[in-house]
Write a protein that binds this ligand. Structure first.
Ligand code: SF4
Length: 357
């Protein structure tokens, strides 16, 4: 079973982000206390061993090391951890120091996911990130120096005014750092973000689909040429370095999510804590849950499976539904599985919507 810990704190808000997070850093202490209580209470009834722990956010690296230690200790006291547990923390480059990274190492955190987004200062400024290109590179090098052997970086493409040549340079810089895992996300303009407003007011121009697709094809080609396996639409890993925690979501392994906004799945029910810090801190009516119907299960299989290189079992979807996409070269059959082709990935959301009930 996996454990997800949501740390909803950020030093500042990025211009494109609609994740649940807050800049009320003064609430960290109280949050960690409540979080540990939730962990303790809910783990009491759990009998499964924990094979992955993932600190996501927000920005988990803004927390003091003592807080991370307290959370890990609470989990270890209340559950059995597998010998080869994968423990990941998401980090912002300029939160990382050699000292902090060494402390993570001592806490047996063995995977670090660094939110680089871009290696070019003008793009970082436009995105509203609080680190520079140099700090991004330094963060990766420091993690390597401290001995992290499983480092992931996030990059974004289709940024305002980004050219394919600039994206090519980003990929080259990423490759030169020789990290084990690279996630690449196409910028989307989500309502309630500054970017969305700026787009509406014509202060920003969205990259056209053709250019965004060319950027996707370029990163797929170059990373695969360099030994990275494209194992999920946004994720590339060197052999044996795929994210075990995230891969478990796609194969419906059970997981428990703790903290405001975190989701859980026990094989038949989904539960989600509300994305509201005050409600969460009061621990009153702070979560909802629902039993999944066969239709929900089917839709989730389509939604998650088609994003991965393993696809979904062809028995799950009717042949008539997929035949058109197969003829158009957007889906293909591999053994018993239906898998999206690279061309299909350009319009994957549309295919998924079409196949869902
Ligand atoms: S992108 Fe990450 S760091 Fe930026 S506001 Fe969103 S959660 Fe915080």
């Amino acid at each position: 079973m996996g454990i997800y810990i949501h740390i909803p704190f950020c030093v500042s808000r990025c211009n494109y982000c609609d994740f649940f997070s807050t800049t009320a850093l003064e609430l960290q202490e109280q949050y960690v206390q409540t979080l540990c209580q939730e962990i303790e209470t809910r783990l009491k009834t759990n009998t499964e061993a924990i094979s992955t722990i993932y600190f996501g956010g927000g920005t988990p690296s803004v927390l003091k090391v003592e807080h991370i230690e307290k959370i890990l200790q609470t989990i270890a006291t209340n559950a059995t951890l597998t010998q080869d547990i994968e423990i990941t923390i998401e980090a912002n480059p300029n939160d990382l120091t050699l000292e902090k990274l060494q402390a993570y190492n001592c806490l047996k955190i063995n995977r670090i996911s660094i939110g680089i987004q871009s290696f070019q200062d003008h793009h970082l400024q436009c995105l509203g990130r609080r680190h520079t290109a140099k700090e991004g590179i330094q963060a990766v090098k420091m993690a390597q120096q401290v001995g992290f052997e499983n480092i992931s970086i996030d990059l974004m493409y289709a940024l305002p005014n980004q050219s394919v040549e600039q994206w090519q340079q980003e990929i080259q810089t990423a490759l030169s750092l020789a990290v084990q895992h690279i996630s690449t996300y196409c910028l989307t303009y989500e309502p309630n973000t500054l970017f969305y407003q700026q787009l509406q007011q014509h202060q920003l121009a969205e990259i056209d689909d053709e250019t965004a697709n060319a950027m996707f094809d370029l990163v797929c080609e170059q990373l695969q040429q360099n030994g990275y396996e494209h194992y999920e639409i946004s994720n590339f890993a060197l052999p044996n370095y795929h994210s075990r925690h995230n891969s478990n979501y796609w194969i419906f392994t059970h997981y428990m999510g703790f903290g405001a906004g975190a989701h859980s799945y026990d094989g038949s029910q989904r539960r989600w804590n509300v994305s509201n810090l005050q409600t969460y801190l009061q621990q009153k009516d702070f979560y909802e849950q629902e039993k999944l119907t066969p239709t929900d299960h089917y839709n989730e299989q389509i939604m998650l499976g088609l994003r991965t290189k393993n696809g979904i079992n062809k028995e799950i979807v009717g042949e008539t539904k997929i035949n058109l996409y197969i003829r158009e070269g957007k889906l293909k059959i591999v053994g018993n599985q239906v898998v999206a082709t690279q061309k299909g990935m350009h319009i994957l959301n549309r295919i998924i919507e079409d196949l869902m009930l």
